[in-house]
Ligand binder design. Structure first.
Ligand SMILES: [Mg+2]
Length: 152
């Protein structure tokens, strides 16, 4: 079970006119409510994280694990999509991942509106957040419904 997770607009919700505050690990502070909501999804589902964020290639899996732990989030594992060297849109990156993965039990949490144009069978597994709000209760419940339906 996987959460394909974006960071900006999901976990980091600082408005563009404000400086994004970094923690001592040189990565942006997360929205506290988004952090506790993500931890809630992880504890309910034991899903692993696949980072889709444009920051994905800045750190390796161990470093990402430390970054998430530092923000109160304890995933079973963190992987990333392959580096986006071809400057694909998020939608194209997701389609590329989908073509190479056999995982059917996943949710995509992202604020990228290009995901609205995904084919319906992938679109129905997307939770599209609003970039200044991020992973709020409504988005959390939607993500949980997608992940938990699959099990029943
Ligand atoms: Mg984003």
């Amino acid at each position: 079970m996987l959460i394909l997770l974006d960071i900006d607009g999901v976990m980091v919700t600082t408005p563009p006119w404000k400086n994004i505050e970094n923690l001592d690990d040189e990565f942006s502070m997360f929205n506290n409510r988004a952090s506790s909501n993500l931890q809630h999804i992880l504890s309910e589902t034991s899903a692993s994280i696949v980072l889709t964020t444009s920051h994905k290639s800045r750190f390796n899996s161990d470093e990402w694990m430390r970054i998430f732990h530092r923000r109160g989030i304890s995933p079973k594992a963190i992987r990333t999509l392959t580096e986006n060297k071809q400057h694909l849109s998020r939608k194209e990156e997701i389609l590329k991942w989908r073509a190479s993965s056999s995982e059917t039990d996943f949710v995509i949490i992202d604020d990228d509106k290009s995901l609205n144009d995904l084919p319906p069978e992938i679109k129905k597994r997307c939770v599209i957040t609003s970039n200044l709000i991020g992973l709020n209760e409504e988005a959390t419940n939607a993500a949980l419904a997608i992940l938990q339906n699959k099990k029943t």
